[in-house]
Design a protein around this ligand. Structure first.
Ligand SMILES: Nc1ncnc2c1ncn2[C@@H]1O[C@H](COP(=O)(O)OP(=O)(O)OP(=O)(O)O)[C@@H](O)[C@H]1O
Ligand SMILES: [Mg+2]
Length: 279
């Protein structure tokens, strides 16, 4: 279980995240929504320890993540894989190598420097690509792929980490609706089949409603809603998106949204993804 205990993060005089307390159980699929600047990315980055809280603590299965250093910090960053809006692949390397890079935290620096991946790791990487239906791109340079394909490579790379938690920061914000659906379907499938906890920031409410079992709404750094999609009333939506600047509500809610139901990805032929460690 992941516990976020009264976490605050300040940047100078600006409070990006304000006294946030959340308990997230293993296997939840959590959508974090809110206007631009609400603190969604800052919250995710603190969980992964890309940045540190100013106050409060983050605890995973009784261990204080916010106090980890050195090797144990690296282990935690392996356990919670991050997916970004801009994919963060190495464009000039081929897809297979990009996916194998997800193993780096599992191995010694010496082996990594020699770029030696084992046969088992290569099979695992191909299997992850098959699962995301992009094995045919394995030898292509990552930079030549479409945005939707690149995000699937990033998810395959995340799977190589054998994560316990996947943190996705607006994974579909740069994608067209069809590719957005494929990417969200794959995250939902990984969540359902491996029981990996997924916490994803989403720009659109509709996507969160369709895919997430729990929605966390943030406004001005604070959590103003936390509950299942059914509990998200018009009033709750106004609390999350409404504000002094008079945001165009309908636009915030529906732009680039996905209105179709999630459907599991096709099962890859042959070997299944080797037992991914659960929380
Ligand atoms: N590294 C930083 N230095 C200074 N201020 C920052 C930094 N990162 C975030 N902020 C500020 O913290 C606040 C929250 O930013 P954050 O990126 O978490 O919002 P967000 O909800 O992810 O927004 P968006 O939907 O635009 O991605 C903003 O006011 C932002 O300007
Ligand atoms: Mg953000």
């Amino acid at each position: 279980m992941l516990e976020i205990r009264q976490v605050t993060r300040r940047f100078g005089t600006n409070t990006a995240v304000r006294d946030v307390a959340l308990e997230i159980e293993r296997g939840e699929m959590v959508g974090v929504i809110g206007r631009s600047g609400a603190g969604k990315s800052t919250l995710l980055r603190m969980i992964n320890r890309l940045i540190d809280p100013s106050e409060g603590s983050i605890v995973f299965h009784g261990r204080e993540v916010s106090a980890l250093k050195g090797a144990s910090l690296r282990r935690w960053q392996r356990d919670c894989a991050m997916i970004f809006q801009q994919f963060n692949l190495v464009p000039r390397l081929d897809v297979l190598t990009n996916v194998l890079l997800g193993r780096l935290n599992h191995r010694s620096t010496a082996l990594s420097l020699m770029n030696m991946f084992t046969r088992e790791e290569r099979i695992r990487a191909i299997t992850a690509l098959e699962r995301l239906d992009i094995a045919q791109t394995a030898l292509q340079r990552a930079g030549t792929l479409s945005g939707g394909q690149q995000q699937r490579v990033a998810i395959a790379r995340a799977l190589m980490q054998e994560p316990k938690v996947i943190l996705a920061d607006e994974p579909i914000a740069s994608l067209d609706p069809l590719n957005a659906k494929v990417v969200m379907d794959s995250l939902a499938d990984i969540n359902a089949r491996e029981g990996i906890t997924v916490i994803t920031n989403l720009h659109t409410l509709d996507t969160a409603r369709v895919y997430c079992t729990r929605i966390v709404g943030m406004a001005r750094g604070a959590v103003v809603f936390d509950g299942p999609p059914e509990a998200l009333t018009g009033e709750a939506v106004r609390m999350i998106y409404g504000g002094e600047e008079g945001v165009e509500l309908s636009e915030a809610i529906t732009s680039t949204s996905i209105s179709v139901s999630p459907k599991p990805l096709k099962q890859s032929s042959g070997q299944s993804v080797p037992a991914l460690a659960a929380v």
